[in-house]
Design a protein around this ligand. Structure first.
Ligand code: KG4
Ligand code: ZN
Length: 348
């Protein structure tokens, strides 16, 4: 069985390379996690520019692989398998990682595993907290996705039980940051501003929480619009916008809905472990409120450290290791990137 697995991630604006060691008992140990980000190139556009991201991946790929090898003290001949994000994500960006992974796999004569980025966000938690209990519930909150997932086996069975009907949670953070003239990506500056604000200053709407709404789906578009309208109205009155209070009140609305629905889903499905992951899981209020509500409901909460929550290569290496351990067949060398790969397809 392959022991050393290299993971390559390039679905959005982070070029990530991770190295993990898979032990006989199935535990996975992190050896290196190197990330090169092109986020600064996109900041002035307020969102990722796909063409620029692809070009940045091309430039960063080989140096990032080399940095990961140096950090781990390994050489390329020590690598036993290559895992790569096959989707979902930006097609051009994904293709850079998939092409690099194929080249490394072919040159080294090792198996290639094309894996799912979303499943990687969940698998990364095993690097910090050990094997996942089965089943567990995952709340995946990133720039592109907001989903509640039932995870029966991280290598082979993930079922969606709810998702956003419009914006992703991270997308709402990025759009609200723009309204508040905070930098892109919006999550970190809103998180910071919110610390000095009053979360009860403004009663922003909690989307999809009415009695007739799908109980495990989410909506953040109305919240985003409500924040924009509130700020416009304050500006029209010639008032200074209380950025800290708006940030705190918006953040409270997001954290409230996400945690209430996740705890309710765990309760109704009879699942006693909740994993929260993806870039928005790095949010301080989300993890604090989740800890409070999970403790009250008797649910064990697992949130990877912030560095593991945002896009990285370690998550792909970790998922690759679980897929290898499960005895899955390697991918063919002619696999393509799938920008819309569903979360239920964990490896291709
Ligand atoms: O998982 P990720 O790195 O990339 C995707 O797969 O989308 O998530 C990026 C998203 C961005 O929208 C960013 O604003 C958000 O995660 N984010 C945060 C925080 N850090 C990153 N949102 C809220 N609070 C944070 N501390
Ligand atoms: Zn992601």
């Amino acid at each position: 069985m392959p022991r050393m697995i290299m993971g390559i991630e390039s679905s959005c604006d982070e070029t990530g390379v991770g190295l993990v060691r898979l032990a006989d008992d199935g535990t996975v140990e992190l050896l290196a996690d190197e990330v090169a980000s092109s986020v600064e190139q996109h900041a002035r556009f307020g969102g990722v520019v796909p063409e620029a991201a692809s070009r940045a991946h091309l430039e960063a790929m080989v140096p990032t692989v080399e940095r990961a090898l140096v950090t781990s003290g390994l050489g390329l001949p020590d690598v036993d398998a290559i895992a790569v994000t096959a989707g979902p994500g930006l097609t051009g960006a994904l293709l850079v990682g998939v092409s690099a992974a194929k080249a490394y796999a072919a040159a080294l004569g090792v198996p290639l595993y094309g894996v799912n980025h979303l499943a990687g966000h969940i698998a990364v938690d095993t690097l910090q907290h050990g094997p996942l209990p089965a089943p567990c519930l995952a709340l995946l909150v990133s720039g592109g996705h907001t989903q509640l997932l039932r995870v029966d086996d991280i290598a082979s069975k993930i079922t969606e039980i709810g998702s956003t009907v419009d914006d992703a949670a991270g997308e709402a953070y990025d759009k609200v940051a723009r309204v508040l003239r905070l930098p892109y990506p919006g999550g970190p500056p809103i998180d910071k501003a919110a610390r000095n604000g009053d979360p009860e200053a403004i009663a922003f709407p909690r989307g999809m929480t009415g009695p007739r709404d799908a109980k495990f789906d989410f909506s953040f578009s109305g919240l985003k619009t409500a924040v924009a309208r509130w700020v416009e109205a304050a500006e029209a009155r010639g008032e200074a916008v209380p950025v800290d209070d708006v940030a705190a009140s918006f953040q409270e609305a997001v954290a409230d809905v996400l945690t209430a629905k996740a705890v309710r889903a765990a309760d109704e499905l009879g699942i006693d472990t909740l994993v929260i992951s993806g870039g928005v899981a790095a949010n301080s209020r989300l993890s604090a409120l989740a800890a409070e509500r999970c403790a009250a409901a008797g649910i064990e909460l697992r949130v990877p450290r912030p560095r593991l929550c945002t896009d990285n290569g370690a998550m792909i290496a970790a998922l690759g290791a679980h897929v290898v351990a499960a005895g899955a067949k390697p991918s063919a060398l002619d696999i393509s990137a799938d920008p819309a790969l569903p979360v239920s397809t964990i490896s291709i």
